[in-house]
Write a protein that binds this ligand. Structure first.
Ligand code: HEC
Length: 157
C-alpha cells in the first residue's frame, strides 16, 4: 500500500473510532439525563400520593368505627411511597424540579428531615396495625407537621 493510502486508511479508522466514542458518550449522557428526569417525576409522584393517601387515612380514622382493613392497605401504600423518597433525591437531579440546591448542599440535614417524616408514618402504621385510633391520629399529626417545615427550607415555589 502506498504511504498516502495508508495514511488515508489511518485517518478513516481514527475518525470512525472518534465518532463512535463521541456517539456513545452522547448516548450515555442522554440515558443519565433521562434517569434524572425520571427521578424528579418519581419523587413528585411519591409526594403527591402521600398527600392523597394521608387525607384518605385522616378521613378513615375520623369514623366512629374505622375500617381497619382499608386503613392497613392505605398505610402500607403510603409507607412504600415514603420509603422510596430516600432514594429519589439523587445528586445532579435538581434541574427541572422544585427542589432547592440546599437539598444536596445540606444533604445530611435534609435526609434527617425526611427520616423524621418517615418515622412518624412508621409509628402511624404500627398504630393502625394495633387498631389504636388515638395513637394513629397523633402519629399522623406528627407526620403532617414535617411537611411545611421542610418545604419552607428545601422546596422552591
Ligand atoms: C424532608 C423534606 C420534605 C418533607 C418532610 C416533605 N416534603 Fe414535600 N417536597 C419536598 C421537596 C424538596 C419537594 C420538591 C420535589 C421536586 O420537585 O423534586 C416536595 C414536593 C412535594 C409535593 C409536590 C409534588 C409536585 O408534583 O410538585 C407535594 C404534593 C408534597 N411535597 C407533599 C408533601 C406532604 C403532604 C408532606 C408531609 C406529609 C411532605 N411533602 C413532606 C420536600 C419535603
Amino acid at each position: 500500500m502506498p504511504v498516502s493510502k495508508r495514511i488515508n486508511t489511518l485517518i478513516a479508522v481514527l475518525s470512525l473510532t472518534f465518532g463512535l466514542t463521541a456517539m456513545s458518550a452522547q448516548a450515555s449522557d442522554s440515558v443519565s439525563a433521562e434517569t434524572k428526569i425520571r427521578d424528579v417525576e418519581s419523587r413528585q409522584h411519591a409526594f403527591s400520593q402521600i398527600a392523597k393517601q394521608q387525607k384518605q387515612i385522616d378521613r378513615a380514622l375520623g369514623k366512629s368505627s374505622p375500617d381497619w382493613q382499608q386503613l392497613e392497605i392505605l398505610s402500607a401504600d403510603l409507607l412504600a411511597n415514603s420509603a422510596s423518597l430516600q432514594y429519589l433525591f439523587v445528586p445532579g437531579s435538581q434541574s427541572g424540579s422544585k427542589a432547592k440546591s440546599k437539598v444536596w448542599d445540606n444533604n445530611i440535614k435534609f435526609k434527617g428531615a425526611l427520616a423524621k417524616m418517615d418515622n412518624s408514618f412508621v409509628s402511624m402504621d404500627t398504630a393502625i396495625q394495633q387498631q389504636d385510633k388515638g395513637m394513629a391520629k397523633n402519629a399522623l399529626k406528627q407526620a403532617n407537621s414535617t411537611c411545611r417545615n421542610c418545604h419552607r427550607q428545601y422546596r422552591s415555589r
